[in-house]
Write a protein that binds this ligand. Sequence first.
Ligand code: DLL
Length: 432
Amino acid sequence: MIWNETKECMSRDEIYNLQSARLVKLVKRVYHNVEFYRKKMQELGLEPGDITGLEDLNKLPFTTKEDLRDNYPFGLFAVPQSEIVRVHASSGTTGKATVVGYTRRDIENWQECVARVLAMAGIDRGDKVLVAYGYGLFTGGLGLHYGAENLGATVIPMSTGNTSKLATLLEDFNASAIACTPSYLLHIAEVLEEENKVENLTLKAAICGAEPWTDNMRREIEKRLNIKAFDIYGLSEIMGPGVAADCEYHQGLHVYEDHFIPEIIDPNTLEPCKDGEIGELVFTPITKEALPLLRYRTRDLTSINYEPCQCGRTLCRISRFKGRSDDMLIIRGVNVFPSQVETALLEIGETSAHYLMIVDRVNNMDVLEVQVEIEDRFFSDEIRELEKLTKKIAYKLKTALGLSVKVKLVEPRTLERSHGKAKRVIDLRKID
Ligand code: DLL
């Protein structure tokens, strides 16, 4: 289902013209209302009139998370406090929280984007959507909540936490869709399986995001719960969930280009990448009123594709995320992403999708240990069988990563489950 045909199926020329017009207005807004941008543009010798369309985008300065932190909490807001109807914040692992704000119009646009994502996943009024992202300062819970309401679906605002109760409500309320992180959904699947509830469910779709996950993980979720799973992407600085999402063809995530201009740049040279080349995703949110950022560097690594999609949408697509530039591990000179480990493990098919990567430095040498949970059905007391499996995984990971890896098999359900974003890596080299 296409929720807003006039916005999702424009011609590429129409998209270009709309983005150009909105960019010109945005630049005026930030120049006149945000001191930080006025100064930045003046340093570059730029006046608002110098930006006449999309072709001038690369004259504008980049914005980073540090800029938001330096202006904590409200320094980059472009409207008076009285027009802000909501704030959210992301905690981050280091430093101060990043605070974001919304006007009423921003919230309306956000709801519409999330409603489009849900429609793309086949959800409609009449469906019951259980939201199991965290509610609160995190944008996941309320973002999905308002989007589903806007669509006209019934929201079950569960939040995270009590997985057993969640499983009961999925069954008792006949929920037809669930929205949560993919790692949490796998944990929910385990609980449903233990309680023999899977076949009683009327669930048909899951809207998963907020963390990187692979196509193999999607298929695993789809198989275990007998549903269709969709990828939803977003970040609080730009809006929250609903900046991009995939359709039933799963050939990349459609970006809502009427609200966000995407760019892919080389994170070292800051020059644009060619279409299809992996680089850092940069967004300029062209309709944001409260927190309009110029060329925000997401640190997320992906590539872009402007070819039309089989689903009929003309919106460009970004590929499933490889990871973040700051999640990339460099181990003995080799670049390693957790997503590579996940893909390899799920291809073997004898382990669960729960794993933990531990990097350490022993005798001046970096070592990577991957702890992998085996599934109940493959768990055996036969030491020989376990040794065979360990070797098989080590070989697979070595081929996939180009690096030898120490593999440690752990018993089912021993690695910590997360209800929000999963923690896949412990880098002991950084903890002194
Ligand atoms: O995670 C917003 C969100 C909520 C998205 C619910 C989807 C669903 P932040 O906490 O600001 O916002 O974190 C944003 O999470 O820069 C990515 O690194 C990562 N991320 C979000 N969605 C995906 C995804 C929310 N589908 C950061 N695939 C982003 C990979 C994702 N990474």
